[in-house]
Design a protein around this ligand. Structure first.
Ligand code: FES
Length: 110
């Protein structure tokens, strides 16, 4: 079981959720957002619109960045100045639609 802790200036307190390894982050975000517990924006749910931008922190960072070409291309279109280098750090912008859960994460969004 993976623990996700969502942190944002838009929250009064962190929101904690659990998920199974292998799930996509967006699949955890959507029901929380639809129930009003998490004000994290998303639109397409398919990794193409770029609305679900997050930054993540986990115990394995810094690590080589495993970002697929589609996620990279969407980010390059939406936030061209985003840090999409080759190292996974808490400053790296990611898309919840493209993140497959493998570790406990702290998820930051604005
Ligand atoms: S909701 Fe569109 S890319 Fe994630």
């Amino acid at each position: 079981m993976i623990t996700l802790t969502f942190v944002s200036d838009r929250l009064d307190a962190p929101v904690v959720a659990t998920a199974s390894a292998g799930m996509r982050l967006i699949d955890v975000v959507r029901p929380l957002a639809l129930s009003g517990r998490l004000p994290l924006a998303w639109r397409c749910g398919q990794g193409t619109c770029g609305a679900c931008r997050v930054r993540i922190a986990h115990a394995a960072q810094p690590a080589p960045l495993a970002m697929g070409k589609m996620e990279h291309n969407v980010l390059a279109r939406i936030v061209p100045d985003a840090a999409t280098g080759e190292i996974d750090t808490p400053d790296t912008v990611r898309l919840a639609c493209h993140l497959t859960l493998a570790h406990d994460l702290t998820v930051y969004f604005s």
